[in-house]
Write a protein that binds this ligand. Structure first.
Ligand code: ZN
Length: 277
């Protein structure tokens, strides 16, 4: 089966047709989605959604939510993980990390705040023996610094777009690299070269739906200026995105499917019980 290792099925973009979106993904061969949470207010809903659809989930505070997050949320996270300790669908702490792309998050205060929340959540993950799902936009070196300082039991660097050396550093920490719609763009030559050159054992597939639409769903700035909405990404796109990766690497897509499924189960070990269930 295909595993979408990063899919925000709980996002408001799916409020009107969530059931249909999940059913279409299943129809396309996506047997499992990992739903990473982005803020404390969503943790209960994410857990419920995963149970309802036979999917997996992660709990955490996304760096884009750092401005609203309270220190209290870290204690609530600790409690939520303890409560869910026996829940086989809880597979990681995430989505956590650092974002230095959004200008409002780059002030000295917000950089400090993001770092505080990131490191604290790494500690929580380690205490619970859970892997991490990492957001690394324009922040790869500092994210790696946190991993080296605190340590982790593995996980995924999601929407990876760094150098081969940085990729190798994540692999040495026991993580896989998440690839998705970004590599479908003809102009993404650097990312494509990376997806082509890394060992297949380092890769997992993801959509990040509803975000990061593949090229065939993407609406250009001009189209949007003329009134088109940005194309919504869905987990059903995963096999077609993986086909692009297979073509880049000159492999049968079935081999990409088998390898990335095995990789996902290696870095998020609790997935295995769900896959074989
Ligand atoms: Zn995400």
């Amino acid at each position: 089966m295909w595993i979408d290792t990063h899919c925000h099925l709980d996002a408001p973009e799916f409020a009107a047709d969530r059931e249909a979106v999940r059913a279409a993904a299943r129809q396309a061969g996506v047997g499992l989605c990992v739903i990473p949470a982005v803020q404390a207010a969503d943790w209960a809903a994410v857990r419920r959604l995963a149970a309802q659809h036979g999917d997996a989930y992660a709990l955490g505070i996304h760096p884009l939510h750092a401005p609203q997050a309270r220190d209290e949320d870290l204690h609530v996270l600790e409690q939520a993980l303890t409560e869910a300790a026996a829940d086989p669908r809880l597979v990681a702490v995430g989505e956590i990390g650092l974002d230095f792309f959004v200008p409002a998050l780059c002030t000295p205060e917000m950089r400090e705040r993001q770092w505080h929340l990131y490191v604290a959540q790494l500690r929580v993950a380690k205490r619970h023996g859970l892997p991490v799902i990492l957001h690394v936009r324009r922040s790869v070196d500092l994210v790696l610094k946190g991993l080296r300082q605190i340590g982790c039991v593995g996980g995924i660097a999601h929407a990876f777009n760094g150098s081969a050396q940085q990729a190798q550093a994540f692999v040495e920490q026991g993580l896989a690299l998440g690839f998705g719609g970004a590599l479908t763009f003809d102009g993404a030559s650097r990312l494509r070269a990376l997806a082509q050159g890394l060992p297949l054992s380092a890769l997992v597939m993801e959509t990040d739906a509803p975000d990061i639409p593949p090229q065939w769903r993407y609406r250009t700035a001009q189209a949007r200026a003329e009134g088109a909405a940005q194309g919504r990404n869905t987990p059903a796109e995963l096999p077609r995105i993986a086909q692009v990766l297979a073509d880049l690497r000159g492999l049968p897509v079935a081999q990409v499917q088998a390898a990335t499924q095995a990789n996902a189960m290696r870095v998020l070990p609790r997935l295995a019980a769900l896959v074989w269930a």
